[in-house]
Design a protein around this ligand. Structure first.
Ligand code: NDP
Length: 333
């Protein structure tokens, strides 16, 4: 059966991504489960794949899309049967295995998560990998705070890259838990939007993005950082004694020009957050928590829906920092 997909190729004339018709018979033979995709998203990594700005795509031709939600149409895997509602994040899908920016996908059954009953396919992808990663960051901070006996409201929590996908969901989740959230953004015109998600205050990202001192005034009980580089170094340097930083991103850069001072003099903990190969139990816990706690009105306010073909231009937009919140892709539109 024919279906529509984005396909990345690398002919001699250069790297390209096109909306193309494929046939189900072309789907990767390595998967045991075929899924009719309803929604996918455009994450930062999808932007890298679609534009070729970074070599995240490992083989060609490649269908991009690191996540999707839909229904199983056929399965040779013991956990799944036709009609099951499923979602997928990561595992190299959209990088080394055909991904979700398509109307059909075939993947390994071990990569799939059952879509929580109370979450629609669209809402799941409005959350997407960015939102699920935000939840993994918040869960890491919560484990840390539980050990340290830190209560919500006992200090400020910093969210960097606040105008982006990880940032928007992180603000909403942390504010919903009763934390005092400070949002760092390069888009001051979005201050009202960030406050509507629950940010108590908004700071200019320039306060964090230049080289800073190894130890700075103690301010944060916790940090969700999707930016990396000097921003992450400054966030660590201004975290309070015994606080924690959850680092998941590199929007400013892959480098970390920091010193060990916050770790050895203030007992600050740096938690690395990876969504791609996260163990299944943690994924399920994150999605259950998202389904239970995420404010749906706020989710709607950070989400814009686009069609499959629109995702090509959106790939460039997200890398340029022009996307606010989350883009959900209706692959049948
Ligand atoms: P977005 O593009 O939606 O958000 C990133 C935000 O970072 C931008 O909106 C912008 O926010 C800020 N930003 C962009 N460029 C710079 C810069 N040069 N200096 C400082 N801030 C900047 O991306 P996502 O939220 O989807 O992803 C964020 C990061 O997290 C990416 O690096 C992504 O690769 C990573 N990620 C990692 C995952 C993991 O498993 N570890 C999973 C998902 C994402 P503003 O305009 O408000 O300043």
């Amino acid at each position: 059966m024919p279906f529509n997909a984005l396909v990345i190729t690398k002919p001699e004339s250069g790297y390209r991504c096109d909306l193309t018709e494929l046939d189900e018979a072309q789907l990767p033979a390595t998967g045991e489960v075929t899924v009719r995709v309803d929604y996918s998203t455009v994450n930062y990594k999808d932007g890298l794949a679609i534009t070729g700005k970074s070599p995240v795509v490992r083989s060609f031709p490649m269908v991009p899309g690191i996540d999707f939600a839909g229904s199983v149409t056929q399965s040779d895997h013991p956990r799944w049967k036709a009609g099951d509602r499923v979602l997928l994040n990561g595992f190299g899908v959209g990088e080394s295995h055909w991904g979700g920016l398509a109307q059909m996908a075939r993947v390994k059954g071990d990569w799939l998560v059952a879509l929580p009953d109370t979450l629609s396919e669209r809402d799941a992808m409005a959350v997407g990998t960015a939102g699920y990663t935000a939840m993994l960051c918040v869960m890491a901070l919560q484990r840390h705070w539980a050990d340290a006996g830190v209560q919500p409201g006992s200090g400020e929590v910093l969210v960097t890259g606040a105008g982006g996908g990880v940032g928007g969901v992180a603000i909403s989740l942390l504010a919903g838990l009763g934390h005092t959230v400070v949002a760092s953004t390069g888009r001051p015109q979005e201050a009202q939007y960030l406050k509507s998600l629950g940010a108590a205050s908004v700071i200019d990202r320039q306060e964090l993005s230049a080289p800073g001192k190894p130890l700075q005034k103690e301010r944060w009980i916790g940090v969700v950082d999707s930016v990396g580089s000097h921003t992450l170094a400054n966030a660590c340097a201004s975290t309070r004694y015994g606080g924690a930083v959850a680092a998941c991103g590199l929007a400013q850069g892959m480098d970390l020009p920091a010193s060990v001072a916050p770790f050895i003099l203030r007992g600050v903990t740096l938690h690395g957050i990876d969504s791609v190969m996260a163990p299944m139990a943690r994924r399920v816990a994150a999605w259950d928590a998202l389904a239970k706690t995420l404010n749906r009105e706020q989710l709607a306010s950070i989400t814009k829906e686009i069609g499959l073909g629109d995702a090509i231009a959106a790939g460039g937009d997200i890398l340029a920092g022009r996307v606010r919140g989350r883009l959900v892709v209706n692959v049948n539109r």
